[in-house]
Design a protein around this ligand. Structure first.
Ligand code: MOS
Length: 730
């Protein structure tokens, strides 16, 4: 993010903020490419069947139409013709390579025209004849026919000890949609027969390179992908969707660069969503509150053409040490598009089941919900694999959160506290997430003017990755803020994994710090030519000043003399950093304690979240403001999940309804109180050199149950089906 206007005031907060706020930072759809043509999808109007005929004549008459792509007229993607190769390609469905219709809204054709308006108008004139098949979009009709896959049992989960206290309930979450502000979009341009240039909205440029290389049958080095700025991702950018391939095929067909931007309604079915889920949670405890048994079963929706397989029950193998355990899950096939990862995939849904059930258990046992957690959290070792936690501070988070919200001063008996027409209650829940790290590369470059650029291919989806890199490079090199620049989101830069799963900065930290150290090493060697003191010095002590490098107590060496020795070329240090064997010995996780106070209106059922406290253990906090922002955003997502978010389907038609932002409600500023965020814990340097564990997901894992548990405390009414809209809470 330093490619434009490096002279502008140095970023003190987010490194990308200035570019985003002024509009100078470009999103995928915003690049001006000469000769650009515009594409618009035509989508199926039935949920299942076959296309018998496409009627294109009217569309072809529209001025400006260049071509119309369909399964009858497109460049061939040979991978699509081989089932095994297609599956391995990790692409979704056989776009423009089948007459089969799997869901309503599936792209069946694409109009390419000189302007977006001409393309949209022509696309509206395309019709199709179909032979329709029977279909089902209703999860309720299908889940019971789904076979569950069993995880490895622990102990004897079927045992029913005498005098046991049991909670055995079903919890349900509808499908939810990511809805980043920026629509998924691609500009594709073939610069030669076998060279492809893509500007794509994605959470991983190298992932796009790889998938598109498989689909188009060209080396990945021949594909350049740019995703420098992103207007949010939430998981929707973790794989290649139809728009990227369609634009690529359109460009191949027409010889023009082609831009395709999804419409907001298309964002409901062409870029994934959180699958609908049904969970059964059975908790068995002794009278002291010690969990003796845990059974967690889940059914999650998927499409008819792909098993997505969200692991909702994984969280039941992560937090508590129940001796007897069974987890099972299964995919429910529906005539809807394929879901994907969304905002803490798996654990977020699972926490609603598990942490609601824990709350129910606490009331049955007449035990404080915090005390019940304290008695069961496995804080010494990972309850499933038995490895010791490298760091684990969930109990500290609970203590701190309870104190921040005044937990012990609340009325623990449900439906006792009122404020006029409002019923008031407090709730809590906890969350955990396996912390990870992947192989990543970064470069540190010193330019002759003394400025430093830190580069990596990783995208920053708004999480503050670039800002974290900035903070780490600044601390390692001592370079003045206005001389330090971050470059991200291009496959031309050192390769990096997707940004997702709370692993972005965790993966990059090693590479960034090592690249800075490697640069220091090179500088020490160059400096030793002019100043012998640098021969024996520890290169890590080198600080990069405005005009010279220096080490405390030694005379500085000017950039002028350094670059004379380097022939005036930038000094470039690229490093790849990967996890070692630490996971063989240690277990790593982030955790959070969620507390909130809600009001529920007696007459209207309106729920207001009055206070929200989230205390997280994410290891080292690199940048407190950016880290707290992550948590606040996650909590806002949790409020939407608890109270509003639901993708609606009309099962008679197999059709999404209310597929726009006027009808699909999520939490906005007016729904979110000042979220009180605090951090506990310690740097976990076994995971990565910076000791950070990632904070992307943990703010939402446990948020929805904390709110629904508070609603129970307020009203005495237990809710197990999200979202808690006023018709349910009144
Ligand atoms: Mo995310 S679902 O880790 O982008």
């Amino acid at each position: 993010m330093g490619s434009t206007d490096k002279q502008i005031a140095p970023p003190q907060g987010r490194v990308e903020a200035w570019y985003k706020v002024t509009g100078s930072g470009k999103y995928a759809a915003e690049y001006n490419i000469p000769e650009l043509a515009h594409a618009v999808f035509v989508t199926s109007t039935i949920p299942a069947g076959r296309i018998k005929q496409l009627h294109l004549d009217d569309a072809r008459q529209v001025g400006g139409v260049i071509d119309i792509i369909s399964h009858l007229h497109r460049p061939e993607v040979s991978v699509m013709l081989d089932d095994k190769a297609f599956k391995e390609s990790k692409f979704t469905f056989k776009l423009f390579h089948t007459d089969e219709v799997y869901f309503k809204g599936q792209p069946i054709a694409m109009v390419i025209a000189e302007t977006p308006e001409e393309a949209a108008y022509a696309a509206s004139l395309v019709t199709a004849d179909y032979s329709e098949s029977a279909f089902n979009t209703d999860f309720e009709n299908a889940w019971s026919k789904t076979t569950l896959k069993t995880g490895k049992d622990r102990g004897n989960p079927d045992a029913s000890p005498a005098n046991a206290i049991v909670v055995d309930e079903v919890y349900q979450i509808p499908a939810e949609v990511h809805h980043p502000m920026e629509m998924h979009a691609t500009i594709a341009q073939w610069t030669s027969d076998n060279k492809l240039r893509l500007w794509d909205k994605t959470q991983g440029v190298n992932m796009v390179q790889k998938t598109m290389s498989t689909l188009m049958g060209i080396p990945k080095e021949n594909i350049e992908v740019t995703a420098e700025f992103m207007g949010g991702g939430f998981g929707s950018g973790l794989r290649v969707w139809a728009n990227t391939l369609a634009a690529t095929l359109g460009s191949k067909q027409t010889g023009r660069p082609v831009k395709l931007v999804l419409t907001r309604p298309q964002m409901f079915s062409l870029s994934g969503y959180r699958p609908q889920s049904r969970q059964r949670v059975k908790l068995t405890a002794d009278a002291s509150g010690k969990l003796t048994g845990l059974i967690h079963q889940s059914w999650t929706g998927t499409s008819v053409y792909e098993d997505f397989g969200e692991d909702v029950t994984r969280i039941s193998r992560l937090i508590y040490g129940a001796e007897n355990l069974r987890t099972e899950s299964g995919d429910v096939k529906l005539n809807l598009s394929t879901p994907t990862y969304m905002r803490a995939p798996g654990e977020c849904s699972g926490a609603f089941g598990l942490e609601s059930a824990m709350d129910e258990l606490s009331y049955k046992l007449k035990l404080d919900p915090v005390t019940l957690r304290m008695a069961n959290i496995s804080d010494q070792k990972h309850p499933d694999n038995g490895k010791p936690w490298s760091t684990h501070h969930l109990k500290d988070a609970l203590n701190k959160g309870a104190q921040m919200i005044g937990w012990n001063d609340r009325n623990a008996t449900p439906a006792q506290q009122t404020d006029g027409l409002w019923q008031v209650g407090y709730g809590m829940a906890v969350g955990m997430w396996n912390a990870g790290r992947s192989k990543a590369s970064a470069a540190a470059v010193l330019h002759p003017d003394g400025s430093v650029t830190i580069q990596t291919a990783m995208t920053d989806i708004g999480t503050g990755t670039g800002t974290g890199m900035f903070n780490m490079a600044e601390a390692t090199l001592g370079v003045p803020k206005d001389k330090l620049h971050i470059e991200l989101g291009s496959s031309k830069l050192p390769p990096a994994p997707n940004q997702g799963g709370s692993t972005g900065l965790s993966s990059l930290s090693g590479a960034v710090i090592d690249a800075c150290n490697s640069l220091q090493q090179k500088l020490a060697q160059l400096a030793a030519g002019t100043n012998k003191a640098y021969q024996t010095a520890d290169p890590k002590q080198i600080r990069l000043g405005k005009t010279e490098i220096s080490i405390a107590g030694k005379e500085g060496v000017s950039y002028r003399s350094l670059f004379a020795a380097a022939n005036g070329e930038p000094i470039y240090a690229e490093v790849t950093s990967a996890p070692g064997t630490e996971k063989e010995t240690w277990a790593f996780a982030t955790s959070a304690a969620h507390f909130c106070k809600v009001r529920v209106h007696r007459h209207t059922g309106k729920v207001v979240v009055d206070r929200y406290v989230c205390v997280a253990d994410g290891g080292r906090v690199v940048n407190e403001k950016a880290a707290a922002n992550q948590v606040i955003g996650s909590v806002a997502g949790g409020i939407g999940m608890a109270l509003m978010e639901e993708r609606q389907v009309d099962h008679r038609l197999g059709s999404l309804v209310g597929d726009d932002l006027a009808s699909y409600h999520f939490a906005v500023n007016a729904d979110v109180p000042i979220v009180e965020v605090a951090f506990v814990g310690e740097p976990d340097t076994r995971l990565n050199p910076a000791g950070l564990k990632g904070l992307g997901e943990i703010g939402i894992i446990g948020a929805a149950p904390a709110i629904t548990n508070a609603i129970y405390n307020a009203t005495g009414k237990r809710h197990r089906d999200l979202p808690l809209t006023p018709d349910k809470t009144v």
